[in-house]
Design a protein around this ligand. Structure first.
Ligand code: GCU
Length: 665
């Protein structure tokens, strides 16, 4: 299958004027990372100017101060690990870093500046990554399918084999260019062949892949089957306190890390949605995680243990059990009991990647445990890469959220960057949105989420808008009109999606299992713990102190605000409270009128986005234009379907007509 280069397609870009003068690259090529940095610079400059700069081993003394003639890559103390400094001195561009990864990131940063047409004169920039781990989680299965994948099949696996080819290299370049340093290649639901990834059946290919990754500063990680000793038919138990089981894992880790030296560790989904775990043996998550961590520790391996644990066989009649509470309730009592090389990976919200959720209460709850934030760029519940939904503004809100776990340095970003508790093992992971489609992400605009995730994890102070702008420039070149239109589309897309789908934080209302398209009662009488509780008088789940008590899991002042329907942030009102349709919001509108209005507005925004995009015919490459236009016409229709189903449902429930007399069915 052919594939494009996404934002690494340097051809025909409007570039910094000085770049044409660059004749030399000076570097002491000590390792693969620096070799790749040189290769990248040579390819970029050549594609942009037609002339490939020559590699020189010695540093180059610039004679003509008027011209920028060389780029030097220099290892030098002074910048934090993986950080870089870009300087221009007497016609020489210098990329400085204290390690080779920093050189690589600095190189990609320099290329970005060139692509974006920035001047290189007087360059003086220092950047250090905020988060130690900047990770992609692929949910790829070994048969080639991708769980919640919306851009084709896997490019890591096919027919239960591992693929290592040109695409692997381009993938590593794309990931590394935005600062990703860790990648899990297989689905968290580890079954069948994937259980054998830790056996010699797959070591050669894994090693080959991990070496490509290593050249771009990326550690390879695998999702692990907790019950591997049993499912590989070697033991009849996976009890984490059994000596036999512990010895089995120690041996296994020795073998795996021996065979795949660039392995970073493992991601584990245990006791969740039918996956095996320590509960089977009456043990805790800490018992399970610590057993694996002890075995992986001699090899510097990390155990990333997911907190997405809940009862997925709930009775919808039961109003006390609350899925939102379960992550917290399962893990809070274990705070401080995990080994140093265990990280708990926590989804951004307590439910499951809805268009709007409160921040997960484990952030701010846990005080003595390594933590990692998990977000999803795969848009499972946010339009599945057929609708545009630029999620970086949402992720940024989550990062900037104050948990009040202490007086200062208390945001989610502080916690997962290691500033709050001084932890080293922490960071941010995204469920990836790539597949083997030619353009990698199905929807061309969805590449902004892939790009943006990496950039945000490296530099969370960048605004979502700045990231979007940068992505537009490096992908489509510098063109004012394109920039204005695309930026508008991206920035309006998440608010629009929220408006025409589920209102005020209630979430869900989707078709069960596929999670696409409107179905207000789709999950209402089901076992998954995802209800809206609408009746003829009102809608919402009472999670206040008199309801499920979930609101009180937060630190003050958040807990009191969520608990009180008068003070609860309105975008989350129905998440926390059951509210009458006639309740007046701060806008002066009733809840029911808000539902009607936002659903009409959301559709209007999509129409405007599509009309704006049409003006880019002839400006964007034809192929891109056609692909996006096709998806936009689907989005226009599908947004209407959402609007009409949701509005009609609540009109029929409440019997309250739209004040504006618009057509509701
Ligand atoms: C969601 C998703 C599943 C996935 C799960 C997880 O529920 O629908 O496909 O396995 O999240 O995060 O583990």
């Amino acid at each position: 299958m052919n594939f494009e280069q996404a934002w690494l397609d340097y051809k025909g870009k409007a570039v910094s004027t000085e770049v044409g003068e660059i004749k030399f690259i000076c570097a002491d090529v000590q390792d693969e990372l620096i070799r790749n940095s040189v290769k990248e610079l040579q390819a970029a400059v050549k594609a942009m100017t037609g002339k490939e700069p020559v590699l020189q081993a010695d540093s180059f003394e610039s004679k003509a101060e008027q011209q920028i003639e060389s780029i030097s890559l220099v290892i030098k103390e002074g910048v934090k690990a993986e950080g870089y400094r870009l300087l221009e001195k007497a016609g020489q561009i210098i990329v400085e870093a204290s390690d080779s990864r920093g050189i690589l990131y600095g190189t990609f940063a320099l290329i970005r500046l060139i692509q974006a047409g920035e001047t290189l004169r007087g360059l003086h920039i220092t950047k250090e990554p905020a988060m130690p781990l900047r990770m992609l989680n692929h949910w790829d299965n070994m048969d080639g399918s991708i769980e919640r994948g919306y851009s084709g099949e896997s490019f890591f696996f096919e027919n239960n084999e591992i693929l290592v080819n040109d695409r692997t290299v381009t993938y590593a370049r794309l990931a590394s260019s935005v600062g990703i340093n860790a990648v899990v290649i297989n689905n968290v639901n580890v079954k069948d062949s994937a259980t054998y990834l830790i056996t010699d059946r797959y070591f050669d290919q894994l090693k080959a892949m991990s070496e490509i990754f290593a050249g771009y500063g990326i550690k390879l990680y695998l999702s692990l089957n907790y019950a591997a000793p049993v499912e590989l038919n070697e033991l009849d138990s996976a009890d984490p306190l059994s000596e036999e089981v512990r010895a089995w894992w120690k041996k296994r880790m020795e073998i795996v890390f021996g065979a795949v030296p660039n392995l970073g560790g493992f991601l584990i989904k245990a006791d969740s949605e039918g996956r095996p775990g320590p509960f089977t043996y009456g043990r805790t998550h800490a018992d399970g995680a610590n057993m694996l961590a002890e075995a992986a520790e001699p090899y510097g391996g990390l155990i990333i243990w997911r907190c997405f644990v809940y009862n997925c066989k709930q009775d919808w009649r039961d109003r006390k059990t609350d899925r939102a509470r379960s992550g917290y309730d399962n893990f809070i009592g274990l705070d401080g009991t995990f080994r140093d090389n265990v990280i708990l990976q926590i989804k951004n919200g307590p439910m499951d990647f809805q268009v709007r959720e409160p921040v997960h209460p484990l952030f701010g709850g846990l005080k003595k445990t390594n933590q990692m934030l998990e977000v999803q760029i795969a848009q499972e519940y946010t339009g599945q890469q057929r609708h545009i939904c630029y999620l970086i503004p949402m992720f940024r809100q989550v990062l900037k959220y104050r948990t009040y776990v202490q007086e200062s340095n208390d945001t989610v970003e502080d916690i997962v960057s290691g500033r709050t508790f001084g932890q080293k093992n922490c960071g941010m992971a995204a469920v990836a949105n790539t597949g083997n489609d030619e353009n990698w992400t199905g929807h061309d605009m969805a590449a902004a989420n892939l790009y943006g995730f990496g950039r945000l994890a490296f530099e969370p102070d960048l605004t979502a808008e700045a990231i979007a702008k940068e992505w537009i420039r490096v992908t489509y070149g510098v063109n004012k009109k394109a920039e204005e239109i695309l930026l508008n589309m991206l920035m309006n897309s998440w608010p629009a999606y929220e408006k025409y789908t589920s209102p005020l934080g209630i979430g869900w209302m989707v078709n069960p299992s596929v999670h696409y398209g409107p179905n207000v009662d789709g999950y209402e009488y089901d076992r998954w713990g995802t209800y809206h509780r609408a009746d003829h008088l009102g809608i919402g789940v009472d999670r206040s102190r008199v309801g499920t008590g979930y609101a009180l899991l937060y630190n003050e002042p958040n807990a009191s605000a969520y608990d009180d329907r008068e003070r609860c942030p309105e975008e989350l009102l129905l998440f926390f409270h059951h509210i009458p349709y006639t309740w007046k919001l701060k806008t002066g509108k009733t809840v029911i009128q808000h539902i009607y209005d936002t659903h009409f507005e959301g559709v209007e925004t999509v129409d405007e986005m599509a009309a704006g995009f049409e003006k880019l015919k002839g400006i964007l490459p034809d192929k891109v234009f056609e692909r996006v236009m096709k998806r936009l016409s689907h989005q226009k229709e599908h947004a209407r379907e959402w609007r009409d189903q949701v509005n009609s449902y609540f009109y029929r429930k409440s019997g309250i007509p739209d004040e504006k007399g618009r057509e509701i069915w």
